[in-house]
Design a protein around this ligand. Structure first.
Ligand SMILES: Nc1ncnc2c1ncn2[C@@H]1O[C@H](COP(=O)(O)OP(=O)(O)OP(=O)(O)O)[C@@H](O)[C@H]1O
Ligand SMILES: [Mg+2]
Length: 335
């Protein structure tokens, strides 16, 4: 590490991202003193960690690593209760806590009596998270915790972490080399370059909009423009409500495309004026909740070029035409 300086705010997820060998793991391990920094200071709530003895320090810091790092000869419940046992909790209380956490991270309590090798990779990762949370530490260090699982499992583990975090508000330092994961999870993202130097520290939206230099720009990838749209709200998108027709009606409208809606107000398909006998596919987004990226994606799914805005129940609230999307996009991107 070379003159690295950053703050990980209380209750937020700070992501360290960067190429292999840039010093992400080293940075994490300096926080809980598995490695001691040769120079400089690391402050936890204003107190230099160098002055706290490692066991005491680590009691307040959960640590999750790639491959979960579970003890192979201990049952899942005992793996999760590792730190409570070390802290001298009585067995019953420690196990009760472990069972509660098992459910918290989305695992079936029936898995408690199994051994790690009897769990899938994704399940083991969840156990790793549960174990790190067992003594309710205010700080969590996570070193590529989801990198050993397939993309679908990874997505669900990420969603689970965000859900947990919205309840627990831990101070998390999360390491990954996956920029998409960094952007999804981070309240703030620190991009490191080889040599342990900070290239940029920003919230994901700013990072995508204003990369500090060519290294960061390259690291963010070539579809940066599209990905920025995931931070643009669909709240203000102008919707037309005159382009829907009930199923069964044949209405003679001058519009080239009409959205057919069923009796419950849900979309059925697009009807073109050219071939009214056939319904064409549609794409939807939830207005307000989904981003402009989702709205644009929905438009691309349909030959009509329009995307269908629905509410949380899936009922149509309006249609965003290509014009409306164009206007919203250009305002969002160019101000
Ligand atoms: N104990 C050590 N002693 C000396 N050098 C080390 C030690 N551990 C790591 N390094 C070196 O420090 C640099 C940073 O390693 P580190 O493990 O922090 O990288 P990383 O960013 O976590 O990479 P990856 O994405 O591959 O996990 C590397 O060049 C590595 O070889
Ligand atoms: Mg590493």
């Amino acid at each position: 590490m070379d003159d690295l300086s950053f703050e990980a705010p209380t209750g937020e997820i700070t992501v360290l991202v960067g190429p292999s060998g840039c010093g992400k793991t080293t940075s994490l391990r300096m926080i809980n003193r598995m490695i001691d920094a040769s120079e400089g200071r690391i402050l936890l709530d204003g107190v230099p960690v160098q002055g706290i003895d490692p066991p005491t320090l680590r009691r307040g810091i959960g640590y999750v690593i790639q491959q979960a790092g579970l003890f192979p000869h201990r049952k899942i419940v005992d793996n999760i209760a590792t730190v409570p046992y070390l802290l001298g909790w009585d067995r019953k209380k420690a196990r009760a806590r472990a069972m509660e956490l098992l459910e918290r991270v989305g695992l079936d309590p029936a898995l408690a009596g199994r051994y790690p090798f009897q769990l899938s990779g994704g399940q083991q990762q969840r156990v790793g998270v549960a174990r790190a949370l067992a003594a309710d530490p205010p700080v969590l260090l996570m070193d590529e915790p989801f990198s050993a699982v397939d993309p679908i499992v990874r997505t669900s583990l990420q969603d689970e972490l965000l859900r947990l975090q919205s309840e627990l508000n831990k101070t998390i330092v999360f390491v990954t080399h996956d920029i998409d994961e960094a952007i999804k999870l981070g309240d703030r993202v620190a991009v490191l370059r080889v040599g342990g130097r900070l290239a940029q520290l920003a919230d994901p939206k700013t990072l995508l909009a204003e990369p500090a230099d060519d290294f960061v720009r390259e690291f963010l990838g070539h579809d940066r423009g599209i990905r920025r749209l995931q931070f643009v709200s669909t709240e203000g998108l102008r919707l037309r409500t005159d382009l829907t027709v009930p199923e069964g009606s044949d209405g003679g409208s001058p519009e080239p495309w009409l959205l057919v809606v069923d009796g419950d107000g849900r979309p059925v398909g697009w009807r073109s004026a050219v071939r009214p006998g056939e319904l064409e596919p549609y794409g939807t987004f939830v207005r307000g909740r989904d981003s402009m990226r989702a709205a644009l994606d929905a438009a691309l799914l349909s030959p009509s070029g329009c995307s269908v805005a629905v509410d949380e129940q899936g009922k149509v609230v309006g249609v965003a035409t290509r014009d409306a999307l164009d206007r919203a996009l250009s305002e969002a991107v160019h101000g």
